[in-house]
Ligand binder design. Structure first.
Ligand SMILES: [Fe+2]
Ligand SMILES: [Fe+2]
Length: 360
């Protein structure tokens, strides 16, 4: 696949090394462009369409964060990544909502090309502009207002235990997804990727949650949204699907992944609904109306109104954020009976979701 990728870095030596090393990786077939500052990057993007931007953070004039932000506003369907010197943890929080990944220098060119290629392949699979712009354009998922204030109180007290923090996180779909996003966000040469999503979730401590909160990455749903869109019902349904999965695991069914990751997949399976409600509330109201008027399943109404479903929005979003493939794949396929048999977790999630829907 010949993708067009723009690199912006103020150090000519870095650009030269990238140009020389990337041609020995899978990026050899891509069209690579190199510019030395943010303004030059904006000019380049105005001239030809790019699929991805890989930006340094510290550059003279328009810095990396401004560049990423302007790119998100003007070209929401582009993949945006950071390639920068090691950033102190706090600044990573500030980058989280502007980029789809962070690579610390020095970054192995094979690792970089593989990661950029994976994100570009995902983008390619979203063959609908509305879906693509939603998934790549989401800055952060909104939280239940009650979770947001509970988290705020907890981090301000400075005394929350790891266990209490986990309870707050696991009471909210958006917060769980955001915490996992942070855990998979930065690729550093000195650090291994998390062993599992559950391990990643439990490795996030009060300091990181406080950092995300303080950096303004997290926001609550606006007043009235919870009632208008039935977000409480979405949350309750997610707890029900999680408990069906727990029961099946206790009966000895094998999900093909660790039990805690299977439960996480269940809890997050409808995360795409939250993304749609956040990004296109009027259209989602139309979906809800159509569901009621014609007694349709919501994914059927979504297909009619949007041309795609919350399963695609959620599955692709979590995949773009780098969560494990088994989990994101099960989320992507959770309304797809023909595909359900392809993996144990897909089948378990599909059946648990159907069981929970029958009970309501
Ligand atoms: Fe669903
Ligand atoms: Fe569901």
């Amino acid at each position: 696949m010949s993708w067009r990728v723009l690199f912006a870095d103020d150090e000519p030596r870095v650009l030269e090394t990238l140009a020389n090393t990337l041609k020995h990786t899978k990026a050899k077939d891509w069209e690579l462009h190199f510019v030395e500052d943010g303004t030059a990057a904006m000019i380049a993007m105005a001239q030809v369409p790019f699929d991805a931007l890989v930006a340094d953070l510290r550059m003279p004039g328009m810095d990396g964060l401004d560049l990423l932000h302007s790119t998100a506003v003007r070209y929401p369907g582009m993949v945006r990544l950071v390639l920068s010197g090691f950033a102190p943890t706090l600044s990573v929080f500030g980058i989280l909502s502007h980029a789809h990944g962070f690579f610390a220098k020095p970054c192995d060119p094979i690792v970089l090309a593989d990661a950029v290629g994976r994100k570009l392949s995902l983008r390619e699979k979203m063959n609908n502009d509305g879906l693509r712009n939603l998934v790549l354009g989401i800055e952060s998922l909104l939280l239940m207002p009650s979770t947001y204030s509970a988290l705020g109180k907890a981090v301000k007290k400075h005394s929350i235990s790891d266990e209490d923090l986990q309870d707050v996180v696991m009471s909210d779909i958006g917060l769980t997804a955001e915490v996992l996003r942070m855990a998979y966000f930065a690729v550093r040469p000195d650090a291994k990727p998390p062993e599992s999503a559950a391990a990643a979730l439990s490795s996030v401590g009060p300091a990181q949650a406080a950092g995300m909160y303080a950096a303004g990455v997290l926001h609550p749903f606006p007043d009235g949204a919870v009632e208008i869109f039935g977000i409480d019902d979405i949350l309750q349904h997610s707890f029900q699907v999680s408990s069906v999965v727990v029961a099946r695991l206790q009966e000895g069914q094998d999900a093909g992944v660790g039990p805690r990751d299977a439960v996480l997949a269940a809890f997050l399976h409808d995360v795409g609904k939250l993304a749609i409600i956040e990004a296109m509330p009027e259209r989602y109201q139309h979906v809800i109306k159509l569901c009621k008027e014609e007694d349709l399943d919501c994914f059927e109404a979504e297909r009619r109104v949007l041309g795609w479903t919350h399963a695609e929005a959620g599955g692709y979003l979590l995949a773009l954020w780098g969560l494990p493939e088994e989990l994101t794949d099960a989320v992507l396929r959770h309304h797809d009976p023909l595909e359900a048999g392809a993996s144990p977790l897909r089948r378990m999630l599909y059946e648990a979701d159907a069981t929970a829907h029958r009970r309501t």
